[in-house]
Ligand binder design. Structure first.
Ligand SMILES: [Zn+2]
Length: 292
C-alpha cells in the first residue's frame, strides 16, 4: 500500500512541476515549447539571454548611479608591458598599467593610423584600476577629482586615459586627432566639454572608453554620450544602420530574469548589458566573411 501512496505523491509532484513550467512558458507574452517560440506564423528558434548579461559587455553604463558589477570587469585584463605587441607606437607612464587585451589591440591599431597623420606622441597614463587602487586614488585626490571604488569606468577595464608626451591633450595634435577619429576604432570621448550636465563629469580630453563598432560611430553621428545613446536605444527598441559597408541590427531587450528572444538569423551576434535593466543585442552578417 505504501508503494502506491508514494507513486501517487510522485505523480502529483510531477504534475505540479509541469503546471509551474507551463506558467513560465507564457511569461513575456511568448509561448515557448521545447526551446522554440510558437507564433501564428509557425515556430522560431529561441536564444535565452541570461540575466547576468545585464552587467556584462562593452556598452555598460558606469557612473555615480550605476557601479561596476563584480561580473562586469573585463575577463581579459593584462599588464600591457608584458606583451610586446600591445605596447607598440606609444609610451606608458607606468609599466604596471593594465587594460583589457582586446581594447589594447584596438588602441595599437588606432595609434598606428594616427601616426600616419602626424600624431605620434601618445602616452597612456591610466588603464584598468582595481577597487583597491581606485580607493587609494579617491583618498589621495578627494571626491572632486576621483570617483569612489566601483563607480569609475577604469574599474571595468574598457577605459583609458591618453596623454601626449609633448603637451596638454586639449592642445596636442594627439588630442585633436582622437577627438576626430577615435570613434572609427570603437572608442568614444566619454566626457565631452558640452555634455557635462549629462555625464556629471568635467571635460576630460584624455579619457576614452571602448564601446566597439558600430556604436561609437552612431554616437559620433548623433552627438550622443553613452547615457544618451542607451536611452535612445531603449526608446527606439530596434534600429538598423550601415557602417563601413556592414548592415547592423541593434535591439534593446528589457530583461525579465533569463529572457528568451527569437534567435537572430545573422551570423554574428553580440550582447551587452546597459548595467541597468536591459541588454543590447547587435547582429550582422559579415560581407566577405570579415567585418569588425
Ligand atoms: Zn580616466
Amino acid at each position: 500500500m505504501k508503494k502506491w501512496l508514494l507513486l501517487i505523491v510522485i505523480a502529483g509532484l510531477i504534475g505540479y512541476e509541469w503546471l509551474e513550467r507551463s506558467k513560465e512558458n507564457v511569461s513575456n507574452g511568448l509561448k515557448i515549447e521545447h526551446g522554440q517560440l510558437i507564433t501564428d506564423q509557425g515556430t522560431k528558434d529561441l536564444t535565452i539571454i541570461p540575466k547576468a548579461q545585464i552587467y556584462q559587455g562593452n556598452l555598460l553604463l558606469v557612473n555615480k548611479d550605476y557601479p561596476v558589477h563584480d561580473s562586469g570587469v573585463s575577463k581579459d585584463i593584462v599588464t600591457l608591458a608584458d606583451h610586446d605587441e600591445l605596447i607598440r607606437g606609444y609610451a606608458l607612464m607606468d609599466n604596471k598599467t593594465m587594460l583589457s587585451k582586446a581594447v589594447a589591440e584596438k588602441f595599437v591599431e588606432m595609434v598606428q593610423a594616427a601616426s600616419g597623420a602626424g600624431a605620434h606622441s601618445f602616452l597612456i597614463s591610466s588603464g584598468y584600476r582595481s577597487n583597491e587602487k581606485q580607493q587609494q586614488l579617491y583618498e589621495e585626490k578627494g571626491s572632486d577629482y576621483a570617483l569612489p571604488p566601483g563607480y569609475s569606468e577604469h574599474n571595468l577595464g574598457l577605459s583609458l586615459d591618453i596623454g601626449s608626451s609633448q603637451m596638454a591633450m586639449s592642445h596636442a595634435p594627439e588630442g585633436q586627432w582622437l577627438r576626430d577619429n577615435a570613434w572609427d576604432y570603437g572608442f568614444i570621448l566619454r566626457y565631452p566639454e558640452d555634455k557635462t550636465a549629462i555625464t556629471g563629469i568635467q571635460y576630460e580630453p584624455w579619457h576614452f572608453r571602448y564601446v566597439g563598432l558600430p556604436h561609437s560611430i552612431i554616437m559620433r553621428e548623433k552627438n550622443f554620450t553613452l547615457e544618451e545613446y542607451l536611452e535612445f536605444l531603449k526608446e527606439q527598441q530596434a534600429i538598423s544602420v550601415t557602417v563601413k559597408g556592414t548592415e547592423y541590427h541593434i535591439s534593446y531587450i528589457e530583461m525579465n530574469g533569463n529572457t528568451p528572444v527569437p534567435a537572430p538569423k545573422e551570423k554574428h551576434v553580440e550582447f551587452s548589458g546597459d548595467n541597468k535593466s536591459g541588454v543590447i543585442m547587435t547582429t550582422y552578417s559579415a560581407e566577405n566573411g570579415d567585418a569588425q
